[in-house]
Design a protein around this ligand. Structure first.
Ligand code: ZN
Length: 204
């Protein structure tokens, strides 16, 4: 196989967001993907729980919108021809990991495919709330995280990826996803510690 160099992409020390126009999207942090006992576990995913929780605490403190995508399948789902059976609705594997459990008022969007916008209320909720920026974290970097971020980018939403809160099956997948997002739709890459809230401007 050829050896290729990863084109350089920049990870910013700090990204400032306007809390009124920003939402956090936590992608598929469910037991089947995150717990080592899960049906389709991503080895590096448990290491990102802490960073996802930091973002969640930030979002709750600053009153950002909070959305969770929850990959959801039922028996006979065509995705089981591509992947082993996973996140069957109602099972333990389908549940969001306890450390990131949603609170009332935070919207959980069940989705059937990789894109968090496809067949869900995400687009509607974002428009309704006047949101133009999404902080997107979770798993898997080049699959559901990427296709949700790409879908946001195609809608001209600003995408921020905190890289320590994203996990992938391989190092290649992680680099490929981050490079593509930052290059193609100018996603901003930073770390979970690098996101700060812009102070509200005084109203007239
Ligand atoms: Zn799936």
């Amino acid at each position: 196989m050829p050896t290729v160099e990863v084109p350089e992409y920049k990870i910013l020390d700090r990204v400032e967001v306007d809390p009124r126009r920003t939402a956090l999207v936590i992608v598929d942090m469910q037991n089947d993907f995150v717990n080592p006992e899960g049906a389709l576990s991503v080895r590096s995913a448990p290491d990102t729980i802490h960073a996802c929780k930091r973002l969640l605490d930030f979002a709750r403190r600053e009153h950002l919108g909070v959305f969770y995508t929850q990959d959801t399948h039922t028996d006979g789902d065509p995705e089981f021809e591509i992947w082993p059976k996973h996140v069957v609705k109602g099972t333990w594997g389908w549940e969001i990991v306890p450390d990131l459990r949603p609170e009332p008022g935070e919207l959980v969007l069940e989705k059937a495919r990789y894109d968090g916008f496809y067949g869900t209320a995400l687009d509607h909720e974002i428009r309704r709330r006047g949101i133009d920026t999404l902080i997107i974290c979770g798993t898997v970097a080049n699959i559901c995280v990427h296709y949700t971020a790409a879908s946001a980018g195609l809608r001209w939403l600003r995408v921020i990826h905190p890289v320590d809160a994203v996990s992938a099956l391989t190092e290649f997948d992680m680099h490929a996803a981050l490079r593509q997002a930052s290059w193609l739709f100018q996603a901003l890459l930073t770390r979970s510690t690098g996101i700060t809230a812009k102070a509200a401007s005084p109203t007239a």
